[in-house]
Design a protein around this ligand. Structure first.
Ligand code: AMP
Ligand code: MG
Length: 468
């Protein structure tokens, strides 16, 4: 008995310049760490398989029927610098099920590996598994995790580390950089085919490149505001890590803030803070400008195209500001915010920043007890709180609203790190407990009280690594 995956392979039917057909490289002794059965069901995966059989499939040792494995080509701006060729250097797309990509990440070298080994180690695989599933539970568009396996092989970074493979599910892996490489190469046929494919898959109502750009801009504006509203820092918002679908993709050095700090950076490679928490709204506009540039060759009247693309990109900051105001007003219980409400939010966040208050616990505390304890200067908080309570008199269902947008628990960095350290020692209990704690993050649960706790000084994570 084995499982059956209802593959379609629409990407493999695109022009050959967009990808390389390529098989995973077999691994020695794969062991299943996790298999996401709910997600498998939603992909139409049927049948039963033992953990051993699942490990064979999701390590790439056994190619499931109907798969047409390939590595996708893309380029991208990395930290603002153009890199003319990237591509899946360690990821292999098996195919699509229910219109969603099923991709092995860490499955061995591909024609796009450059100097990399095509592998991933256990730490980043588990981080991506837990954080992407937590993002989904937080109602934030994201790629999902279908499976994780240990490979039974060591890989070498600075030291020997256990190898692992994650199976990622995405509504597609088309990135800004996928458009960029075709535009840069003057491959107009490929660009047109990719455009039509992306429209059909993601934005079927878009009837022109401008409408398509506007749809991507709207999706990305919503996504970035959702990140901000839970304190998420992506860490590497390069154009190759920016999905056309509007899903969060590529969990590398990502992290959630504990205390509020607009300039917070965790990624060890982000030395100038380009991808700091508070810079994310600017960077996404920059990324959309790169997408716009890559779409220009699709237009017959290029001058006119540049004009309308520019207008679309210029409208984005205002759109983000409006969404930000709505999202953060909701976090303090206000449904239809005015400019004054934005000031009220800013006052609270100003105090939080100055007094190193815990971002998640302050907002959750507004509906769940006392956020006052989070502040050093409690008089200042009381003054704000009185003003806020007056404002709430004209609002209904404030607690419900706040509880639906202020999570009780987030994947805190120190818990992720502790979970990874345990797993490297062979103890997967924290991996499973953390997942359980993050599965319903908007519901208070005494069983998971410990997961609300911010890090102590010596638990605080100062830097996160790409883990490549
Ligand atoms: P990332 O930082 O994960 O977005 O990766 C950036 C680029 O480097 C992508 O083209 C990856 O496929 C590639 N890459 C990352 N790690 C490896 C690796 N271990 N082997 C080969 N390519 C890699
Ligand atoms: Mg990437």
């Amino acid at each position: 008995m084995s499982i059956s995956i209802p593959f379609d392979n629409s990407y493999a039917r695109l022009p050959a310049s967009l990808f390389s057909r390529h098989l995973p490289t077999a691994v020695r002794d794969p062991k299943l760490i996790a298999f996401n059965r709910d997600l498998a069901d939603s992909l139409g995966i049927t049948g039963d398989a033992s953990d051993q059989e699942l490990a064979q499939i999701f390590s790439g040792n056994q190619i499931p029927n109907g798969a047409d494995p390939l590595a996708q080509l893309y380029a991208g701006h990395q930290f603002g610098q153009w890199n003319p060729q990237l591509g899946d250097g360690r990821a292999i797309l098996l195919g699509e099920a229910q219109n969603r990509d099923i991709q092995l990440k860490g499955a061995g070298p591909t024609p796009y590996s450059r100097n990399g080994d095509g592998r991933a180690w256990l730490g980043p695989v588990l981080r991506e598994y837990v954080v992407s599933e937590a993002m989904h539970a937080l109602n934030i568009p994201t790629t999902r995790a279908l499976a994780a396996v240990e490979t039974g092989e060591d890989i070498y970074r600075e030291t020997a580390l256990p190898g692992a493979i994650i199976t990622r599910v995405a509504s597609s892996h088309i990135r800004v950089g996928t458009f960029q490489i075709l535009a840069a190469r003057g491959d107009i046929e490929g660009l047109q085919a990719l455009f039509e494919h992306a429209v059909a898959r993601h934005y079927p109502d878009a009837s022109s490149p401008v409408e398509f750009l506007n749809a991507v801009i709207a999706a990305q504006a919503e996504l970035i505001v959702k990140w901000l509203s839970v304190g998420f820092i992506h860490g590497v918002m390069n154009t190759d890590n920016c999905a056309i679908s509007g899903e969060t993709i590529d969990y590398g050095p990502c992290a959630f803030m504990d205390t509020l700090n607009p300039m917070q950076v965790f990624s060890s490679i982000d030395r100038h803070g380009r991808y700091a928490y508070g810079n994310q709204p600017d960077i996404i506009v920059w990324n959309m400008a790169q997408l716009a540039t890559a779409l220009v060759p699709l237009m017959e009247d290029r001058d006119h195209a540049v004009e309308s693309f520019t207008a679309s990109v210029h409208a984005m900051p205002v759109m983000i500001q409006r969404l930000w105001r709505e999202a953060f007003a909701a976090k303090i219980g206000i449904a239809d915010p005015t400019a004054d409400d934005e000031t009220l939010v800013m006052e609270l966040m100003g105090m939080m920043g100055k007094q190193n208050a815990d971002f998640t616990n302050v907002f959750r505390g507004l509906s769940d007890g006392s956020p006052r304890d989070q502040f050093v200067d409690r008089d200042a908080f009381d003054t704000w709180s009185n003003k806020w309570k007056k404002r709430l008199e004209s609002e209904a269902n404030v607690d419900l609203l706040m509880q639906s947008v202020n999570p009780d628990r987030i994947p805190r960095n120190h818990q992720i790190e502790a979970m990874i350290s345990a797993a490297v020692q062979g103890d997967y209990t924290p991996f499973h407990t953390l997942q359980a704690a993050l599965a319903n993050p908007y519901e208070t649960d005494p069983a998971f009280e410990a997961f609300r706790r911010p890090p102590s000084e010596d638990e605080r994570v100062k830097a996160t690594f790409c883990g490549t």
